[in-house]
Design a protein around this ligand. Structure first.
Ligand code: MIG
Length: 691
């Protein structure tokens, strides 16, 4: 059952694609109270209640016990105490071990989720502006709630197949030659690779849609040479447009009134990488159309994918902010600087970045109304991605394209994927990134992944190797690191052979991963799920935070501790452990339900397959198109027959349909041996254990 409640004057966020009629009954899972402006929803929590959801946030899969704030923020340190990251995913599921309900707060402004933080037995959820729509979903199962929710918010964005390949990225890649070298280093060593990201250094003065003609003298040639190597370049686009006369994007934006404005109608100015910048008002369809078309310039050179950054929007400082800070400094100059003045000075300087007052100082034209930014802050980045998505789609309506964004909200999953932002080269962040996966999936974001190896700070080779072992499973598999950090490309390390071997596992699993992704994208499923979703009545599963279900058939439990040579794993049922060293080198170990210690050397990674299920394994490739989806080995532990539905398509079609792309593989047991029968497939059934 789905019920909707409205408060204040909700804005048309377009998060929902289905009309949910207003509820007439008073049944409400929360006690509701309103103050002058804000609305607060309160609910008592039972001792053992769990709360799932909130997408891209720090801390556990079970969000209970902390406070989170929906306020999209350029947050470059993902400490446990951070209340906001880049996204606002206001969907939660409350579960008492028996009954569950989902709730979506369709509010484009600031929201506070105090989930047992102030008081351990109370959830207090506040909409700061008080203009919102609340949708409550009751279904029989946890996955049923997610599926119903996903019906309401529309289908997930689908990237091209090549975007499931390994992508190398680094802030600092600045020239044609450098890109060619990186690709050559991979290809020479047979390290699989499908893409290279270009970060802001490819531009001229950080101007969107420009590229440096000196360092990239012939971008078109570079793109086509790379395409020959089966490599795509993926340039970054930032939200801010450099204020500079003669820069076409700036001039056109000003002439047509496409930028966000101050209250008096003059364009708002904030500083980001290009220096003083304007911010396109992505809520206007005309602005989106204009901005989206700008991507075509790079596409004319042969680009097929982009990433959108700084779209919270991040603000280093504003014109007004820096003037005020300077005045304050001048005032302090004449004072005797004591300790208080010192701390004040620090606050003045540090407080200039992403300042609340700045977000309250500019306006949008939103669905026919002039709306102050803070009311719709959390939608801004998603609407930038919408502009890109619409632009990329219009360039070639027959072809999928790659687009992923930093900022997002619920609804933005229809227009692009997201990466998990600026993590750090810390062991704890492998686990943090793992925990985000099921939460992001619940909110519709399936094409996602973290910066493998860690963004800030210097990685170590064992850390990168273990992180890659998680990345094998994430649809976006990208190694990315920050400027001035240690080189992080696989070939820089002594353990490169082991890392390469781990990448071969990704390419071998591609038919499975792609199939599961597409099934989830087309039916509202989650590729990654908390164990409790599949085993809701197993008390052990309710509390497990370092293992997640992958697809219908598998469970993953990566190693995330320094110097570990194995880990504890809980098996909710009998499963087959596949201990991979590479696509060719693995062993199958049937294991019984229960707790186990599993040995895993640094170069070994586990995958667990449910007993009775089979999954396909290809013979791999050095790039996605090389992976043969018709020549497969099956892995599994079965008693009699088992079947798998393989999905495949050309990798580009914009109209994928499940029934068309599916091929059935059936496994039969004859004389104690597995015999695989595939629909037009060459299947070798030899890697199956018969119980
Ligand atoms: O202020 O473009 O999250 O991936 O490398 C930093 C430079 C801006 C933040 C992104 C990161 C990217 C970086 N960007």
């Amino acid at each position: 059952m789905i019920r909707r409640f409205d408060y204040g004057a909700p804005l048309p966020t377009e998060a929902l694609v289905v009309d949910v009629p207003l509820s007439t009954d008073a049944l409400h899972p929360f006690a509701v109270s309103t103050s002058e402006k804000s609305v607060t929803f309160t609910r008592k929590l039972g001792k053992d209640d769990l709360i799932f959801g909130l997408g891209e946030t720090v801390r556990g899969i079970n969000k209970r016990g902390h406070i989170y704030r929906s306020w999209n923020t350029d947050e470059f340190s993902h400490h446990e105490n951070k209340e906001s990251l880049y996204a606002s995913h206001n969907f939660l599921i409350f579960y008492d071990g028996e009954k569950a309900f989902g709730v979506f707060f369709d509010d484009p402004g600031e929201m506070i989720f105090d989930l047992g933080y102030t008081s351990a037995d109370t959830a207090t959820i506040t909409s700061v502006n008080g203009d919102l729509r609340v949708v409550v979903i009751e279904e029989d199962s946890l996955s049923g709630i997610v599926a119903a929710f996903r019906q309401l918010i529309g289908p997930c964005y689908i990237p091209p197949k090549w975007a499931f390949g390994y992508i190398q990225s680094r802030w600092g890649y600045a020239a044609d030659k450098e890109v060619r070298t990186i690709v050559k280093e991979h290809r020479d060593r047979h390290i699989p690779l499908d893409g290279v990201c270009l970060d802001i250094d490819y531009m001229v003065d950080y101007k969107d849609f420009s590229w440096n003609q000196e360092s990239f003298p012939d971008l078109k040639q570079l793109c086509s040479d790379m395409k020959e190597e089966n490599i795509r370049l993926i340039p970054i686009i930032d939200a801010g447009i450099k204020q500079q006369e003669g820069y076409e994007v700036c001039d056109e934006g000003l002439q047509n009134g496409y930028f966000c404005t101050y209250e008096d109608g003059t364009p708002f100015v904030g500083a980001v990488w290009p220096g003083r910048s304007y911010f396109p008002d992505f809520f206007q369809p005309e602005v989106r159309q204009w901005f989206g078309k700008k991507y075509h310039g790079l596409m004319d050179q042969g680009i097929e994918g982009f990433w959108n950054d700084m779209n919270e929007p991040a603000l280093f400082y504003s014109e007004k902010g820096i003037v005020e800070a300077r005045q304050e400094l001048t005032r302090l100059m004449d004072m005797n600087l004591g300790l208080d003045a010192f701390f004040h000075l620090k606050d003045v300087l540090m407080g200039m970045q992403n300042k609340r007052e700045d977000y309250e100082s500019f306006y949008h034209q939103f669905a026919g109304q002039t709306v102050r930014h803070d009311r719709v802050h959390n939608l801004y980045g998603g609407f930038m991605t919408r502009a890109a998505h619409e632009g990329l789609t219009s360039y070639n309506p027959e072809k999928r394209h790659l687009i992923f964004s930093r900022a997002s909200h619920i609804g933005a999953h229809r227009w692009g994927g997201v990466w998990q932002g600026d993590n750090t080269s810390w062991w704890s962040h492998i686990l943090m990134n793992l925990k985000m996966l099921p939460s992001l999936n619940m909110c519709g974001f399936l094409y996602t992944g973290a910066d493998l190896g860690g963004f800030s700070g210097n990685t170590t080779e064992d850390l990168l190797l273990r992180w890659l072992q998680l990345g094998v499973f994430t649809p976006l598999m990208r190694n990315h690191s920050a400027l001035h950090t240690r080189d992080q490309e696989i070939y820089r390390f002594g353990m490169q052979e082991d890392m390469k071997n781990i990448l071969t596992v990704r390419y071998a699993l591609l038919p499975y991963l792609y199939s599961e992704f597409m099934k989830c994208a087309l039916t509202g499923g989650s590729m990654f799920r908390p164990l409790s979703f599949d085993y809701p009545h197993d008390p052990a599963c309710l509390r497990i935070e370092d293992q997640v279900m992958l697809g219908k058939e598998c469970m993953i439990a990566p190693v995330y501790e320094q110097n570990a040579r194995g880990r504890n794993v809980y098996l909710p049922e009998d499963m087959l452990l596949v201990r991979f060293r590479s696509a060719e080198d693995y062993c199958l170990i049937p294991m019984e339900k229960g707790r186990h210690w599993i040995d895993l050397d640094l170069n070994e990674m586990p995958l667990f397959i449910r007993k009775g299920c089979i999954i396909p394994l290809s013979h791999g490739g050095e790039w996605v198109e090389q992976v043969d989806f018709t020549n497969l080995t099956l892995l599994g532990w079965v008693e009699k027959d088992a079947a798998y539905q393989l999905y495949n398509d050309d990798g580009y079609t914009t109209k994928p349909v499940l029934t068309d792309g599916l091929t059935a593989i059936t496994l039969e047991v004859k004389d104690g041996k597995g015999v695989a029968v595939g629909n037009g497939l060459r299947v070798d059934g030899g890697k199956v254990i018969i119980a």
